[in-house]
Design a protein around this ligand. Structure first.
Ligand SMILES: NC(=O)c1ccc[n+]([C@@H]2O[C@H](COP(=O)([O-])OP(=O)(O)OC[C@H]3O[C@@H](n4cnc5c(N)ncnc54)[C@H](O)[C@@H]3O)[C@@H](O)[C@H]2O)c1
Length: 114
């Protein structure tokens, strides 16, 4: 949203911040206990976010969440999620061992990582 401020000399400055149209598009990688219990309810309660894809090596778990919440896209391979150019945020809830692999790939693709 554009914001204005004064620079001390009485002149008004206009700063055009990044203007975001629409919701943040979220993809979850790892849809086990912590995602279902903590992250998913938080995203669902956030009017500025929309979960557009879920990914889990155990596909049936991700599919169940997708079915329950009307999430269209389900993946087993996180690389296919990260390759999408319509996703803003990768929410990683894999076991610790896989955090860095997924996070580095997501950051290299220009995603926000949570
Ligand atoms: N912040 C907290 O309070 C908190 C609490 C508990 C757990 N955690 C962390 O959350 C993470 C997940 O814990 P959990 O209890 O949900 O574990 P979990 O085993 O219930 O869920 C992990 C999921 O990741 C999936 N997975 C594993 N490797 C994958 C891969 N390469 N690609 C896609 N999916 C993959 C598994 O199939 C599983 O469904 C851990 O790092 C844990 O330390 C954080």
């Amino acid at each position: 949203m554009p914001v204005s401020s004064h620079n001390g000399s009485g002149r008004k400055l206009w700063v055009l911040g990044s203007i975001r149209m629409g919701k943040w598009r979220i993809a979850a990688v790892g849809t086990g206990n912590i995602f279902r219990g903590i992250h998913l309810p938080a995203w669902l309660a956030n009017p500025e976010a929309e979960i557009v894809a879920v990914c889990d090596a155990y596909r049936a778990g991700a599919q169940k969440i997708a079915d329950e919440h009307g999430i269209k896209d389900v993946y087993e391979d996180y690389r296919k999620v990260i390759a999408r150019d319509d996703i803003d945020v990768i929410n990683i809830c894999t076991p610790n061992l896989y955090h860095s692999e997924v996070a580095i790939a997501a950051l290299k693709a220009g995603k926000h990582v949570f």
